[in-house]
Design a protein around this ligand. Sequence first.
Ligand SMILES: CC(C)(COP(=O)(O)OP(=O)(O)OC[C@H]1O[C@@H](n2cnc3c(N)ncnc32)[C@H](O[C@H]2O[C@H](COP(=O)(O)OP(=O)(O)OP(=O)(O)O)[C@@H](O)[C@H]2O)[C@@H]1O)[C@@H](O)C(=O)NCCC(=O)NCCS
Ligand SMILES: Nc1ncnc2[nH]cnc12
Length: 292
Amino acid sequence: MNALTAIQPKLSLGDWLADLAVDALIDEADLSPKPGLVDRRGSGAHTDLHLGLMHASALALWPSFKAMAEAAQQRGEIALQLREDVGRIGREGEQEMLRVTGGVNTHRGAIWALGLLSTAAALDVNMLAPEQVALRAARLALLNDRAAPVTGDSHGAQVCRLYGVHGAREEAQLGFPAVIQQALPQLARSRAAGAGEQNARLDALLAIMTQLADTCVLYRAGMAGLTCMQSGARAVLAAGGCASLDGRRLLRDLERDMLRLRASPGGAADLLAATLFLDRLQHGLPAQLGSH
Ligand SMILES: CC(C)(COP(=O)(O)OP(=O)(O)OC[C@H]1O[C@@H](n2cnc3c(N)ncnc32)[C@H](O[C@H]2O[C@H](COP(=O)(O)OP(=O)(O)OP(=O)(O)O)[C@@H](O)[C@H]2O)[C@@H]1O)[C@@H](O)C(=O)NCCC(=O)NCCS
Ligand SMILES: Nc1ncnc2[nH]cnc12
């Protein structure tokens, strides 16, 4: 131990995972230019959201992510009790989000995805590769939370019924394929090609948008909106991604189309945050992580 490590405050596992989750949400919100979404330039296709609100919401969720990680440490295994703990903490987190934002839904999907992933990470800190964490999160998501309200009238539930697609719940239950199979590989490819970090993250977002049945887009813009999102994102990547001039031009076209349709890929944005979380997590525990 040297003088510097001696004075560094101890960080618990829950602190660290909550920091990673909130950082991922703030990095997602700040990333610009994102088509249809809130970013540093403005509110995208939203009238009730802005960057300050996204930041306030992200920060307000820190105690929820920490509590989920601590529940995982206490329970120590993937079982119904842990699923019901995180379900309750997640619902309390949603209430806190709504209190801080004055009733605006900023991060419902992110609480779900990052909550499951924080819990899954805390269950086994020796297995923090993205696929391993996503698999544990999927096993947890497959358990049926008996205390969850069965209303079936959320926007996601409505469009899943109408169009026969999989939404946020199934994305988690399948082990986050949009993150594991699309976003993380694209992030690595764009970084390796020298795209620069912001462009690589935008490319990762687009990779998610090429495939995802984003229920936010479906709710506002129907199947035409979803097809427009997916084909527009494919075109940007096929043209060389956001670091290329052709890709940037097509990204502007995609943004114009999304705004015309009032479509905002909020689900894809949540999964980009999940991507950034898993990307950082795989570098392992920080040195100052003290006793948990
Ligand atoms: C199981 C739940 C995820 C509930 O799912 P369900 O689909 O029934 O409910 P929704 O309320 O629709 O929430 C799902 C949110 O997930 C995001 N999302 C959308 N599509 C996907 C997808 N294919 N894969 C993954 N994630 C997806 C999306 O969240 C973002 O969008 C929100 C803003 O939406 P928007 O439509 O723009 O705004 P609204 O105000 O709602 O409507 P407008 O009138 O403006 O159009 C924002 O929150 C982003 O985060 C979907 O909204 C789960 O939530 C659940 O059961 N929770 C209970 C607690 C729990 O069990 N937790 C466990 C561990 S944490
Ligand atoms: N940047 C963003 N804009 C709009 N909705 C979102 N949901 C999650 N992130 C978002």
